[in-house]
Design a protein around this ligand. Structure first.
Ligand code: AMP
Length: 198
């Protein structure tokens, strides 16, 4: 099963992505983690991406597409968290999947959309920022990330809705309740190979 996740920052992509990955025994791949890892290792990609991450801007597509191509070639199943963030990226995902041929499967079976309002996610991100070393969990950068989410990422959901694969979930509730709803919905669509309900 291939799952994409679209959500504003702070809505719980990381938490729910990890839960889905564990339940269905599939890899959890987060574009933000890939980029932060490059920054930490001071690679060419990391040096090119660092400023964008610090400012809460989207990195140029070229920095991600190579990593994305490798992920899609290596994994038949995945939860992709943080990608696509633009209609362009959504098109690229589909293009890469069709390039790989029908036996490789579609770009996504389900696109999970976590809904949470700006006030709630800002509160969560500021709380996370107080305990983490992420450079982008500060008030001005959070505002910028939310602005970009509404302008560039949220519209992508309409595209997947038209394709009939959008699963939209209210993420304003405690994480375990959101997780339970997501797993139940995904199980109904694609039962996990084993009956391991945590
Ligand atoms: P996240 O960990 O998903 O909150 O992402 C952290 C930061 O990584 C974002 O604010 C962007 O700067 C960058 N980023 C992550 N995913 C993408 C993407 N699909 N396209 C462009 N930039 C991204």
């Amino acid at each position: 099963m291939r799952v994409l996740m679209i959500a504003p920052p702070g809505a719980g992509k990381g938490t729910q992505g990890a839960l889905i990955a564990k339940h269905f025994s599939i890899p959890h791949i987060a574009s933000g983690d890939i980029l932060r890892d490059h920054v930490a290792r001071d690679t060419d990609i990391g040096r090119a991406a660092a400023g964008y991450l610090d400012r809460g801007e989207l990195v140029p597509d070229g920095l991600l597409y190579d990593a994305l191509r490798r992920v899609m070639a290596a994994h038949g199943h995945y939860v992709l968290d943080g990608m696509p963030r633009t209609v362009e990226q959504a098109r690229e995902l589909r293009r890469l999947a069709s390039e790989a041929g029908p036996e490789a499967g579609p770009d996504a079976h389900v696109v999970l959309h976590l809904r949470a309002d700006d006030e709630e996610v800002t509160r969560r991100l500021l709380a996370r920022g107080a305990h983490s070393r992420r450079s982008d969990d500060t008030e001005p950068v959070i505002r910028e990330r939310l602005h970009r989410y509404h302008r560039m990422t949220a519209p992508v959901t309409a595209w997947y809705k038209l394709r009939g694969i959008l699963l939209s979930v209210d993420a304003m509730r405690p994480a375990h309740l959101v997780g339970r709803e997501i797993i139940a919905a995904l199980e109904a669509l694609h039962p996990a190979p084993k009956l391991a309900v945590d």
